[in-house]
Every structure is written in structure tokens, then in C-alpha cells.
Design a protein around this ligand. Sequence first.
Ligand SMILES: [Zn+2]
Ligand SMILES: [Zn+2]
Length: 305
Amino acid sequence: MQDVFTAPGRFYRGNLHTHSDRSDGVLTPEEVCRRYRAEGYDFLALTDHFIGIYDYPIVDTRPFRAPGFTTLLGAELHSGPMANGDLWHILAVGLPEEFAPGNAPHFRAVPGQETGPEIAARAAAAGAFVAVAHPHWSGLTLEDARSLTAAHAVEIYNHGCHTGADRGDGFVIADLLLSEGRRPSLIATDDAHFTEPDHFGGWVMVKAEANEPEALLAALKAGMFYSSQGPEIRGIDITKTTVEVQCSAAVTVIVQGQATAAVAVNGQSMTRASIRRDRFAASPWLRVTVIDAAGRRAWSNAYWV
Ligand SMILES: [Zn+2]
Ligand SMILES: [Zn+2]
């Protein structure tokens, strides 16, 4: 895979998971787009709940595109029960407007509807970038996560689930999938409804040659991005013996790998860190976390070494 930090193009900041008053958010699609644009985002995916009580919305946000700001069409898909009996939540970004509704009348599973893995596969086949939404909040089991074979990504940080439920994390599931040899990419999102401080807290930085929907979608599918709550990651160079990280001012840089493998470097206003690979000799993958003085994090995708 091409390295995201040396690939041509530039980074575009975007939120992949957002709701409007077309489902259970409180703002109009236009106002949601206006706020993300005003906050300096380069792109936004509005992903309202794709269920019958909201008339299966795939909101056309194209009228709200502007110079320097674009949108991806999408939805949060719901169909079939997870192991705990509750309905699946699956993020689909880059859905065609004509994506066919299934049989999901409301937020409870009903007999005979598509399973989560089935609707995820249908969305991926239609061209969407598909992600397992908020694993912790959902009470997702590893078996559930394994079954979603069409997913490109796992939501490793969901800001709304963090602020509203203190269950914003998806790293336990993601690391276990990586350790089984699966290769999900790792996305941070807002899942903003604007009902609480659930916005502008987690985003992706996507490397692309243009801030255009097709280019962004291709980059997302290729894993050409990192995720952040604030810090920037500027380079990750994996040599034979070390992992060299360049970043905005950080107090901690951590490399994580399979099982118990993790090594941290701590300091003040660090913009570089070098971490020896000895501890990761048995790990087929590595990833990097950067933490700033305010406790905000940035996360790389996994590297296969
Ligand atoms: Zn959800
Ligand atoms: Zn959501």
C-alpha cells in the first residue's frame, strides 16, 4: 500500500458520520453543512438513519457544496439483530441516491429483514465505504464484527457516543480483528446530532489529489487517511529497527501492535519520536497514537510489516 504521508495530494479534513432533522438530528441538512464548513472542514458525509419512520433518507447534500467544501452522500444503515438482539448500526458513505430501502421500519429488528452483513454487502457493492459504527456503544461482540465481512473500516472513536454515553471507543474490536489478520481501516467520527456537545470532536484526514467526492471515496477505501481529535501526524517511517514518527506538538507517542505489544515515548512539545521495534518482533501489524497536552489523540491506520 502507498504510504499516506508521502503520497501525492494533500490532506482534507472530514466528518463521515452526521445526522440532521431528516432523521433524529435537530438541524436541517443545510445548517449542518454550513456549520461544518464554518468550522473549517473540507468535507462532510450526512448519514441519516436509513429506516422507515424517516422514509429511508439518503439526503441530497449536493446543493450545499461550495468552493473548498464538498459532501459525500451516505446513510447509517440498520437491519437485522446483533448478537445482543439490538439492531445493527452500519455506516455507509458514498451511497448512490437510489440505494434501495430494505425492510427496516424502525429501530427494532423485525423477522425476515436483511441481516447486518447482507445490507453492508449490498452497500459496498453499490460503491459505498462501509464501516462498523460505534462498537462499544452497540455492545458489539467480536463475532458480530467478524461477520461484517464487507466493512472497510471500524469506527475507533465516535465523539457522540463518547460525550453521550462514555462509550466512544472501538479499538478493542479493531485490534482483535487486526490480530486475526483482517485489515480494517480505523476512522474517528462525530456522529453529531447537535443535541449535545457531539460535534467537531473526531475526524478523518484524507490524502487525496482533489477535494472531490470520487477522489475522497477512493482514498477512504484505500486507507489513505489518519484520524484525529486535534493533533496532526506528519510522517511515519518504519525502518528495520525503529518507527519514526513526525507530528504536531505531542506529550506522548505510542506504537501499538498485536496482543500486549505497546511502547510509549513521553516528553514535552515533541514533534518527533523514535520507537524501537524490538517489542513488536512478533506482531505482523503496527499502529501509532499521538497525544497532545490537552489529551487529544491522533491515530494512524495499521501498517503491515
Ligand atoms: Zn448509530
Ligand atoms: Zn449515527
